[in-house]
Design a protein around this ligand. Sequence first.
Ligand SMILES: Cc1cc2nc3c(=O)[nH]c(=O)nc-3n(C[C@H](O)[C@H](O)[C@H](O)COP(=O)(O)OP(=O)(O)OC[C@H]3O[C@@H](n4cnc5c(N)ncnc54)[C@H](O)[C@@H]3O)c2cc1C
Length: 472
Amino acid sequence: MKPHFTRRDLMKVLSAAGFGTLISSTVRADAPTGAAAAGPAPAAAGASAPAAGSATFCGQVIAPTVPPHAPAALVGGQVVQPQRTLPVLHQADVLVVGGGSAGVMAAIAARRAGAKTAIIERYGYFGGLWTGGMVLLVIGTHVKDGAGKKKVVRGLGDELLERLKKIDGAIINQDPGAHNPTADPEATKFIMDEMVREAGVDVFFHCWGADAVMDGKTIRGVVFESKAGRQAILAKVVVDATGDGDIFAAAGAEYVQRTYAIGTVHRHGNMDRIEKGKAPAGTKLPPLGGVTPLPSLTWVNTRGPKENGLDVAALSRLEMDHRRDIWNRLRQIKQTPGYESIFIADTAPQLGVRITRVLVGTCTLTYQEMRAGKKFPDVVAVGGAQGANHAGWPIPYGVLVPKEIDNLLTAGRSVSADEKLLDDTRLIAACLTTGHAAGAAAAVAAQSGCRPRDVDIAKVQELLTEQGAYLG
Ligand SMILES: Cc1cc2nc3c(=O)[nH]c(=O)nc-3n(C[C@H](O)[C@H](O)[C@H](O)COP(=O)(O)OP(=O)(O)OC[C@H]3O[C@@H](n4cnc5c(N)ncnc54)[C@H](O)[C@@H]3O)c2cc1C
C-alpha cells in the first residue's frame, strides 16, 4: 500500500472525473507568457493557457525550418564545405552586428536618422558585457572640468541612463559625484529593448555573425548562423559591434589581435545580512564586490589570466576554472563568522573577454594624444575619465574606419587605439559614444550613397549634435 496520496494520484482521479483540461490549464508551472510581450511596460506576465480542448502545450507539425543542403564532407582527411547559395533573410541600409553597449547605440542612432536598420545579436538580449557580462559599473561618463565635472556621455547614452533612473532599483550613483553609475543588468536589458523597439530597428536575436559577404574590398552584408541554418542579411553599411571584430576580420580588414586578462564577474547575495562585528579582528576576506542598485547584491569584478579570447578551448577552461575559484572563495567567506548567509546569486553568462581584435583604422588614437587632449577636425565623440580625474579627449572618426575595406565601420572595444589607450576606449561610456558615432555615420553614408570613408563629416557631426551627442 502506498504511504501517500501523490499529485499523480490526484491527477488520475480528477482526469477520470473529467477535470483533465482544468488541471492542465491551472496547475502547470511552465505556462508561457503571451499577450504581455506586446505591452510597452513590464506588465504582469499574462499566463496563457493552452487552447480550449487542448490537453498539452504541444503545437502542430510544421515544415522544417532549415532547407535541405549538402553538408560538409570529409575529403582526404579534410573537412570540405560545398559551395551553396544562402537565403537572404533581410535587407537594410545599416546592419549592426552585435548588440552590446556600442551596437545598441549604433542601431538606435542609425534608425532615428531615418536609415532602415537591422541588428543581429548572438544571444537573446542586449547589453553585451554590460548586462550578460555583469560589468555593472559605467566608468567614464564624466570628465574633469575646472574644479567640477562635465558629462561627456550625452545623447543616446545619457537617455538610456536617465531612463534607468526612472525605474526603482535600476541604477545608483548616477549623479556626478565621487562614484560612477552602477546599473542593474535586467533593467538595462529591458530599457535597451524598449529603446531599440521604439526606434523601429529590426531585431534578430540568436544569430551568430559568421562571415562577411564581400564584393572585392566592399562589404555587402553578413552571413550568420542560427537555428534556421546559415542565412545572410544584405546592407549598404555594416557596423561591426561584436567587440571582437568578427566581421572586420572576416572581411579582410587589418587588425591587431591581443591577449588580455579574462575574468568572470559574479554577484553575491545577502550582503545586507552581514554581521561584521562577529568576525575576529584582522579577518582577511576575498573581495566581496561593489555596490549594485539592489542592497542585498554586490558585483565582483575579476581580472583573471591573460589569454586569447578567441580560443574556445581556453575560454572553456577559464569558464570552469573561474567558477571553481568563485566557489572556493565563497567557502572561505562563509566560514567567517558573520558572513555565513552570503551566497552566489549568479555568475555572468558571458565570460569577461576584455580585448581581442583591435582594428587598424585610418587613424589610430594613442594614449599620449588622449592625455594631451589632441583636437581632431573629424571628432565624433569625447571620451571620459575614470573618476573624472582628467579632461575629455576627442575621438576622431578615423578610429572607426578600416584602412582598406569599404562600407564597414567598427565601434566599442575594438576601435583603433594603441595598447595603452585600450583601457580607456573599452570602458562602457566610450563604447556608448563610439557606438552612437558609428550609427550616425553609417546612416549618413547609406543615405548619401557614399562610402563611409568619404562621408561628409560635417553632416555626421550635425546629426550627432541633433541627437544630443557631445563633441567638445
Ligand atoms: C571583467 C570585465 C570588467 C570590466 N569592468 C569595467 C568597469 O568596471 N567599467 C567599465 O566601464 N567597463 C568595464 N569593462 C569594459 C566594458 O564592460 C566593455 O569593454 C564594454 O561593455 C564593451 O562593449 P561593446 O559593445 O564594445 O562590446 P560587448 O559588450 O562585448 O558587445 C558585443 C556584443 O556582440 C555580440 N556578439 C559578439 N560576437 C558576435 C557575433 N559574431 N555575432 C553576433 N553577435 C555577436 C555579443 O554577444 C555582445 O552582445 C570590463 C570588462 C570586463 C570583461
